[in-house]
Design a binder for this molecule. Structure first.
Ligand code: IVH
Length: 729
């Protein structure tokens, strides 16, 4: 092959065509024919040619999947038509009731077909395609769902998802029967393997792991650095084909305007055009057949490699869909059948105790390992002694374990048939701390047991992790492994609960008498660099590079993060002190009312009580905290380190004065913190519990008992657009 300038355009075109073909085989069809090395070679050839002929580089080239980052975050773009959600059915009866409603709304002579599709557990995206050269089409832009009306333009990140075609040739369009302009909607998911890899990386970097693949995918798509998005594998499964040529406000009112007369035909066309669609969809005519599909699909969900949380059933005919229309937020022509949470029965082998920042002992169930939904579960949280009593669970019992969308499973009940087989043991809280061997006490009227030793190493590591966490000092890079090294443990020594658990010799026995001589905590094997949070501010680069696996780049960025935390506002400093009962809200109330740490420290209990939102228990714990000399020494030390001890004057609006809001579920665009801040800066309050005094409950996806409570108490419920509306009026 010659590399003359004349043949370059042709060579480039051929290479691109080949690469697109192989990307489709690999990322969409899962049928690669090239080895990775062969594929890389093609990419390198193309890169080399494009480097020689920069004028021939186009944004659709496979080399351009990772382009520039968006300049000022993501811009907001209106959707062609609203992106709605789906109503749910949780059992056969609800599904049949939906089908009856559908049938009775249509002409009796109509024949009905349903399309069954996997309900992928990720986030929805809207992709807009428009004319490209030679009669083909290309990706113009991609939007998140946002509030359903307006989404965020995440095009630069969408382009990095290799199962999304950047260009589609005229020939393929023709084969698929598609015009040059259309809109595709579908679900962006993170495969389980990519999710596990991401969490391992986060753990190494000292960042809290993502709770589930959905959150990880949503976080990734909103990352402003496309090269990071490209490193994590995201996939896209198309489930809707819309006619963007006909889009407009009137169409929005009338509902989606489909390109093809049937959903099943749309899925076929999308596949033919090179998209990944649900791997298993089925068009059927009766609800019995729908139920059969559901029964077949459920056992498959563990083998897919990505999460599905149910089956979406759609009326196949788009004419019928139009006739059925929409209720407030969901189409009448579709329903999501949700799978029950995945669970299994296994035996409780032992209970381990984790010591938290406040010295609280949290019981963790050690289970006979059992696979649930593709993950081997060996641990479950037991929360506290009350939960153990409620469950009536004993060591040796067989228990039902449930795993929701999240990683940490829970025990839901003791399996009665097998309950209390011979030889089961009661769960006894240890009388000595499993980490430092100091006394463990349970104060009157308190639920929890606590280690009394304020200098317990378990406490210090938790304190440091709390101090560094998001929402407190936000020190990125100060995670478990860094903390344990700063405390003087080499990397391979068991220091976290996870480590202790995995070290068979170090399992914390529940019976203190038996475990007295056991070596449960790792002894520091080198000098501790950090004894209090203030010590963080005295760390130097040479301290850090002496640790295992810390280079000067890591050291410098951690030091920069620590330095940045000196400017954190007063309420975060207060949070960082880790005073019991002082959460985000209380810390802000204290900072707002008293204006400085000195005034809070010297306030009497009565004065504290007078402050907004401070009750007698909180007032007394704050007072007790500052009465302890060691804590006052720490505060003085932090003052010397240059932390913010006075509050910036907060400008608070009055629009929401006197109103109390409760947030529940996941809002489409705002994080909990953002929603809270918006409400508070309008003068409103955010509370954690719904009561008759609650003015509004703001409910997002998967809102639970708080939403039910609101409905019982007739408290008005807002969704995110409703809240934003209220804020803007
Ligand atoms: S159709 C009019 N099909 O589920 C709304 N949605 O709970 C139509 N989802 O926001 C959505 N798989 O993000 C549809 N096969 C599928 C789906 C699916 C997952 C998501 C989607 C939607 C949410 C609603």
């Amino acid at each position: 092959m010659s590399n003359t300038a004349q043949s370059a355009p042709l060579q480039i075109a051929e290479l691109r065509h080949d690469i697109e073909h192989h990307e489709h085989l690999y990322y969409v069809l899962d049928q690669p024919v090239l080895t990775d090395a062969q594929y890389d070679k093609l990419i390198h050839q193309l890169q080399a040619l494009e480097a020689k002929h920069p004028d021939l580089v186009t944004p659709d080239s496979p080399t351009q999947r990772v382009g520039g980052k968006p300049k000022d975050g993501f811009s907001k773009v209106a959707h062609s038509r609203p992106m709605l959600s789906l109503d749910n059915a949780y059992n056969e009866a609800e599904l049949r009731a939906w089908a009856d409603r559908v049938q009775s709304s249509l002409h009796s002579s109509d024949t009905l077909q349903y399309v069954c599709e996997y309900k992928l557990d990720g986030l929805s995206l809207a992709l807009h395609y428009g004319p490209a050269q030679h009669g083909g089409t290309r990706l113009l832009y991609g939007l998140t769902r946002g509030d359903g009306t307006t989404g965020e333009d995440v095009t630069s990140n969408v382009r990095t998802i290799k199962s999304i075609p950047l260009v589609i040739s005229a020939a393929k369009l023709e084969q698929a029967g598609l015009p040059q302009t259309f809109e595709v909607r579908g679900e962006c998911v993170m495969p389980q393997s990519a999710f596990l890899k991401l969490n391992e990386e986060r753990e190494r970097a000292g960042i809290a792991p993502a709770a589930n693949p959905r959150n990880a995918a949503a976080g990734t798509i909103r990352t402003v650095e496309p090269s990071i998005v490209a490193q994590r594998r995201l996939d896209f499964y198309a489930y809707f084909l819309l006619n963007s040529a006909a889009a407009g406000n009137s169409a929005a009112a009338a509902g989606p305007d489909f390109l093809l007369p049937e959903q099943s035909a749309a899925l076929d066309a999308l596949k033919a055009a090179g998209f990944r669609a649900n791997p298993s969809t089925r068009t059927v005519s009766t609800i019995d057949e729908v139920l059969a599909f559901i029964a077949e699909a459920e056992p498959e969900r563990d083998k897919l490699g990505y999460e599905i949380d149910g089956i979406v059933i759609k009326v196949n005919s788009t004419t019928q869909q139009r006739r059925l229309g929409f209720t407030g937020k969901a189409p009448r022509w579709a329903i999501a059948y949700k799978f029950p949470a995945r669970g299994a029965v296994t035996q409780l082998l032992d209970v381990l105790f984790q010591v938290g920042r406040t010295g609280k002992l949290t019981p963790v169930a050690a289970l006979a390992p059992i696979p649930i939904g593709g993950i081997t579960v060996a641990r479950a949280t037991l929360h506290n002694p009350d939960e153990i009593a409620r469950l009536g669970v004993r060591i040796g019992d067989f228990v039902a374990v449930e795993r929701g969308g999240d990683v940490i499973p829970k025990i839901t009940e003791v399996v009665e048939d097998a309950a209390h087989p011979r030889g089961t043991q009661p769960i006894v809280f240890p009388s000595r701390c499993p980490r430092c061997r100091e006394l463990v006490v349970r104060a009157e009227e308190e639920i929890d047991f606590r280690c009394v030793n304020a200098s317990c190493p378990a406490r210090l590591s938790e304190e440091l992790l709390h101090y560094a966490s998001r929402g407190v000092m936000n020190i990125e890079g100060l995670g478990e492994s860094m903390v344990s090294q700063l405390m003087g443990h080499p990397l391979n020594a068991p220091t976290s609960l996870a480590d202790i658990e995995s070290d068979a010799d170090a399992v914390v026995n529940v019976d203190p008498a038996e475990s007295k001589d056991e070596q449960t905590a790792a002894e520091p094997t080198r000098r501790a660099l950090v004894h209090t949070v203030a010590d963080l501010y005295r760390l130097t680069e040479s301290d850090l590079v002496a640790l295992d696996r810390v280079g000067s780049k890591t050291a410098q960025s951690l030091l920069a993060e620590i330095d940045r935390s000196r400017r954190a506002p007063l309420y975060r400093v207060l949070l960082g002190l880790g005073i019991r009962h002082v959460g985000d809200r209380t810390a802000q109330d204290l900072a707002n009312t008293f204006g400085s740490l000195d005034s809070i420290m010297t306030a009497s209990q009565e004065e504290l009580l007078k402050a907004e939102g401070i009750g007698p228990i909180v007032a007394s714990t704050i007072h007790e905290f500052f009465a302890i000399a060691k804590n006052r020494v720490l505060v003085e030390d932090l003052r010397k380190c240059g932390l913010q001890f006075t509050a910036e004057k907060k400008i608070v609006g009055t629009a929401f004065a006197g109103l109390t809001f409760v947030l529940t579920g996941t809002l489409p665009t705002l994080t909990r913190d953002e929603a809270k801040q918006r409400i508070e800066s309008a003068g409103g309050k955010v509370s954690g519990t719904v009561s008759k005094k609650t003015s509004y409950v703001v409910a997002g996806d998967e809102a639970g008992s708080k939403l039910e409570k609101a409905q019982q108490l007739n408290v008005p419920v807002l969704d995110e657009p409703g809240l934003l509306n209220l804020l803007s009026t």
